[in-house]
Design a binder for this molecule. Sequence first.
Ligand code: BES
Ligand code: MN
Ligand code: MN
Length: 462
Amino acid sequence: MDNIKQYVQENKERFINELIDLLKIPSVSADSAYAQDVVDTAEAVKKSLEKAGCDFVELCETPGYPIVYGEKIIDKNLPTVLVYGHYDVQPPDPMDLWTSPPFEPVIKPTEIHPEGAIFARGACDDKGQMYMHVKAFEYMIQNNCLPCNVKFMIEGEEEVGSKSLSWFVERNQAKLANDVILISDTGMISNQQPSITTGLRGLSYVEVEVTGPNRDLHSGLYGGAVANPINILAKMIASLHDENNHITIPGFYDKVQELSLEERAEMAKAPFSLENYKKALDIEDIHGEAGYVTNERNSIRPTLDVNGIWGGYTGEGAKTVIASKAFAKISMRLVPNQDWEEITELFKKHFESIAPKSVKVKVTPHHGGQGYVTPIDSIGYRAANKAYTETFDVPAIPVRSGGSIPIVALFEKELKSKTILMGFGLDSDAIHSPNEHFGVFNYLKGIETIPLFYKYFTEMTK
Ligand code: BES
Ligand code: MN
Ligand code: MN
């Protein structure tokens, strides 16, 4: 694998152009207006796997969007790496904040990516990171150095809860049998300091509806005399945190795994600048649960956040009205051992119990998933660390991430295998935000590093 650097240099224009073609298809899974584009993207991913050298590739039909499955089995006695990724993307809105259209990729330099970054929805999350695996595989085929078996499983519903993938995994354990699962759908500390994600948070996502009077009312004639569902909802939401920013839902913290002081001291060694953090977000001060620092608040602690809130009149000008209904979408990020279904139930019970008699409350669960943690002494972790050390000249640091990939816990349950999260994105890449981008450096470095994982994982497994 000595010539991987050279292979990347010789082919980088083509690697970038192929990714750009994939990014042009707006595969937004949340919005049915894009349904055909999502399917077209699956087709494009299938073709890319065939071209890269898979022996067998298929689109597996599901109740939802198809799953692209591909494989190259060279010897049943050798280990098998299962690569997972997703070809769907988040909705691009708010559109007016993009400096270039989200599905017309362009390469522009940024402060952090002076060599250029590809700007497009899905550039980092996850088309760019997923496609690194296709190109790394292409290299190993072209150079006759694929050391083990590979299976690819690329889904189209990750951004909306992976329902069809759960359905698929439960029905295809034998087909998906593997020795390790490899995913690039997370980040790293910086381009100078690689990290390996050792934990993901779980998630419970709910929608709430508060109903007051049976119709919208004149706010002069009725204001002050009947409950305003928006006022009530705001108050109920505010009461979900106390003055220390602890969540007030009874039982919410019961199963939370507390980290030892040693573990927290270890975490604190990861480089972090509070000043830069505030500057990057243009905020005067940070916020969070008392007793924990920023890097803990966004990884090892559970949270509750309103993701959207609406009701009443929001159009131009003023309309004097008391709305009949108010709504909010709320997510709770969970940590290992917290069960997402149990937490959803606790939320529902509590939210209903704090509603005054003057309104009716409905809580509808959306989706969720369990958190995940993985040890750093596994073969997979050590192989990944060795690969990073070789391409970045420094060892990777283990980091627990605040994001969620709920399917990872399901993989462990159904396929009995550990997942290694080799992410190459940066927090500043603006995933899920306007102007999402992925550094050209990161994209090429990923393609360079992945084959080394295969090599060391196979060597260490023997
Ligand atoms: N790739 C992200 C998750 C992620 C990003 C983890 C960065 C760690 C670091 C994934 O596509 C995502 O957005 N997941 C959702 C959950 C899903 C159920 C919608 C999330 O975390 O909000
Ligand atoms: Mn993702
Ligand atoms: Mn995402």
